[in-house]
Design a protein around this ligand. Structure first.
Ligand SMILES: Nc1nc2c(c(=O)[nH]1)N[C@H]1C(S)=C(S)[C@@H](COP(=O)(O)O)O[C@H]1N2
Ligand SMILES: [Mo]
Length: 263
């Protein structure tokens, strides 16, 4: 039995390595992943499941991401992806300095909640200096300040059948004839309750700039850059991810990126 477990673990480790190597290879190589039944896509999807299980097993549920010293912050956080949402809704909020912003907690909760930016700023705060790793091949060490997500979910009383948080964003990252496509992300409830998962409104001791996701962006510190949704407006508790986007749990996941995206 123990030998069986060991060899299974080795297998999982090997698969996790292979999968993240593939993911780190860059965006351009993922074009084929738009095709639903391409063999490579199926391989990546199987690898995603293995990566998730292997990481959960090897990393443990609440292990902290490494935190750094202030002296290790060498430059500002490089803005990437959307840097200025263009919808009327967002621009109106931005012009009002986000005084009318509300963060909504909806879906499979007993108590839907909504918070203004001031309410979030007055909740227990946590700061952490962490390294953000983008799959495009750069990283930045930055100090993030915000309020932990876990207690907010507890206050909303998550339904026992809920399994994921879907994070809805203001930015229309694609604008096409068939309508806007908005950035979204998701995590399981373990990552949502992780002590370093914060709704960040501060960056390097300043108000979070628009280019980095103002007024609020989520930090999930053990995950890659695309799992850090900016311009967050709604956290929806759900039992499955199929009805969002193309059903893979996130904007970039819909183009073939790993859903768990652990580092
Ligand atoms: N809403 C939204 N969130 C997003 C993105 C985006 O385009 N829109 N890009 C993602 C990617 S790929 C990265 S690397 C980081 C970039 O965050 P930054 O601009 O603060 O560096 O945000 C992630 N979250
Ligand atoms: Mo990224």
């Amino acid at each position: 039995m123990s030998r069986l477990l060991l060899s299974r673990r080795r297998f999982l480790q090997g698969s996790a390595g292979a999968a993240s190597g593939l993911i780190l290879a860059g965006c351009d190589q993922f074009d084929f992943l738009g095709q639903q039944n391409h063999p490579a896509r199926n391989f990546v999807e199987q690898a995603n499941v293995l990566t998730y299980r292997a990481q959960r097993r090897l990393v443990g549920e609440q292990t902290l991401a490494r935190e750094y010293a202030a002296s290790e912050i060498r430059q500002g956080q490089k803005p990437n992806g959307s840097t200025q949402p263009t919808t009327h809704e967002y621009k109106a909020l931005q012009e009002g300095n986000f005084a009318d912003y509300r963060l909504q907690v909806t879906g499979m909760v007993e108590q839907p909640l909504s918070f203004s930016l001031n309410e979030l700023r007055n909740m227990p705060a946590r700061s952490q200096i962490t390294r953000h790793d983008c799959v495009e091949g750069w990283s930045c060490i930055a100090k993030w300040t915000g309020t932990p997500l876990g207690p907010i979910l507890d206050a909303a009383r998550v339904h026992p059948d809920a399994r994921f948080c879907v994070y809805h964003c203001f930015d229309n990252i694609e604008r096409g004839l068939s309508g806007d496509v908005f950035y979204y992300e998701s995590s399981d409830l373990v990552d949502a309750h992780h002590p370093q998962s914060i709704l960040a409104y501060g960056l390097n001791d300043q108000v979070l700039p628009v280019s980095n996701g103002a007024p609020v962006r989520l930090r999930i510190e053990r995950a890659l850059g695309y799992k850090q949704p900016k311009y967050l407006h709604t956290i929806e508790l759900v039992a499955d991810l199929q009805s969002f986007g193309r059903g893979n749990g996130g904007y970039w996941e819909d183009y073939g990126y790993d859903w768990y995206g652990g580092i």
